[in-house]
Every structure is written in structure tokens, then in C-alpha cells.
Design a protein around this ligand. Structure first.
Ligand code: ZN
Length: 241
């Protein structure tokens, strides 16, 4: 069991304070909080790099992880989207796009490192349950995340089909050419609006489901309380002179 030294805490605090000085930093700080949660045993695996972050900060966090002798595994972004209902070419196109994004998976235990390697060997394809368990996110929120993804794909395909007048070859060409996909029908507008309703918690970087956001389900709230317990202590540290 690795016991992070107080020196690690000071370094993390320094990273958080530096990110605070930047704009658009909330999501990045969320990933640093995730790192704290990993160190304190709140989550088994940290996904670093889901939020575009300056290389300088990625480097700092990776160095910290390696100094602590954690497992650091580079791989593509995981994807539990259920593509079954979509055409094969569309699935391949989406998976190809995702594979261009690199991320780092960090964990303390070898058994998780082995699971991460296995998933990465499968090009990041895993189940929603697996993703929730490994990243320590509430399953309701992970399911909701992929439900939004599903609506996004359904809406996008509908737009492509409309623009291509049903010709699948043209649909493919439009997708590959990054055509601007403006929703027009009520269903398309509804799907894309739904897909982009993203609510993050105050601490941490997962996207909350509606039930968690509205307090009907307490899963996110409980996880946030755990984060708060360890992060409050960290933020109370006096910066090193
Ligand atoms: Zn939830």
C-alpha cells in the first residue's frame, strides 16, 4: 500500500493553484481531484487526459505518479457506447476518431493494471459496468453518459441521412469530411440538445445523471462527500515557503 507523503500533497496543491490561474480550468482541476481520490483509495483507476490539458500539467501529474511507483499506462480513450443499432461504417468511423485521443490510466494495484492493459488491447472497448467499477464513477451516471452518446450518434446519423438523401455512400463521405451537422427535425434537435446536457459535480470529473443532479439519487452526492473529505484537508495545507 502506497502512502503518499505530505510532499506529494504539497505538489498536488501547487498544481491545483497553478491551474486556478488559468481560464477553463474547472475540468482540469477535476482530474487533479481524481488523482487525489485515487491516492486516498476512493477510486481504483484514474483516467488522466480526458480533458485537454496543457502538456506541462500532464507531465507534472505523470511524474508524480511515477515517483510514487504507481502503474501508468498510456492508451486510447475507453468507449462503452452501444453501437449495435448503427451501421458498421459509422461504428468504425467513430471508433477511429476516438482512437486518436490518447489518455493515461493510473492505478496503485497490479490487478487493475492488468485489467487496463486488457481493455487497451481491445482498443478501449469495455462495458459500462466495467468502466464505472474501474473509474469509481456511479453506474447511474456512466449509463447516462452513454445514453447521451447514443442520442448524439442517433441525431448525427439522422442529419447525415437527411443531407445525403438516404445514400449511404454520401453519408460516409459527409461524415469523413466533417460536414457541419445542423439539426433540423424535432427529433434531431431533441437528440442533440439531450446529448449536450452535461453536469459535472463540484469535485471530480464525472458527468452526472439527471437523478444525481436533481438529488433523486444520492450516488454522486455520496462520492462527492468522499472527495470533499480528502480534498478539504489538501486545500487547507499552507503552501510551502
Ligand atoms: Zn448518477
Amino acid at each position: 500500500m502506497i502512502d503518499p507523503t505530505s510532499d506529494t500533497d504539497y505538489q498536488l496543491l501547487e498544481i491545483i493553484n497553478q491551474l486556478r490561474d488559468k481560464s477553463e480550468q474547472q475540468d482540469m482541476i477535476g482530474e487533479v481531484y481524481d488523482f487525489v481520490a485515487l491516492l486516498k483509495g476512493i477510486k481504483p483507476v484514474l483516467l488522466l487526459g480526458r480533458t485537454p490539458m496543457p502538456a506541462e500539467f500532464i507531465g507534472k501529474i505523470l511524474k508524480l505518479a511515477l515517483d510514487l511507483k504507481l502503474f501508468v499506462i498510456e492508451g486510447c480513450l475507453w468507449d462503452a457506447t452501444e453501437y449495435d443499432q448503427f451501421p458498421k461504417w459509422y461504428t468504425e468511423y467513430c471508433r477511429g476518431q476516438i482512437s486518436e485521443f490518447k489518455a493515461w490510466y493510473i492505478c496503485k494495484e497490479e490487478k487493475f493494471a492488468m485489467t487496463i492493459e486488457k481493455i487497451n488491447d481491445l482498443d478501449g472497448i469495455l462495458s459500462m459496468d466495467e468502466e464505472a467499477r474501474l473509474l469509481g464513477y456511479p453506474i447511474c451516471c456512466v449509463n447516462a453518459h452513454y445514453n447521451r452518446a447514443h442520442k448524439y450518434h442517433r441525431g448525427s446519423l439522422s442529419i447525415l441521412k437527411r443531407l445525403a438523401k438516404g445514400d449511404e455512400q454520401v453519408m460516409q463521405a459527409l461524415a469523413m469530411g466533417n460536414a457541419h451537422l445542423a439539426p433540423k427535425t424535432n427529433q434531431e434537435i431533441e437528440d442533440l440538445e439531450f446529448a449536450f446536457q452535461i453536469y459535472t459535480p463540484h469535485l471530480g470529473s464525472w458527468n452526472m445523471c439527471d437523478e444525481c443532479k436533481n438529488g433523486i439519487n444520492s450516488s454522486s452526492n455520496e462520492l462527492e462527500k468522499k472527495y470533499l473529505g480528502v480534498i478539504e484537508k489538501l486545500l487547507k495545507l499552507n503552501p510551502m515557503q
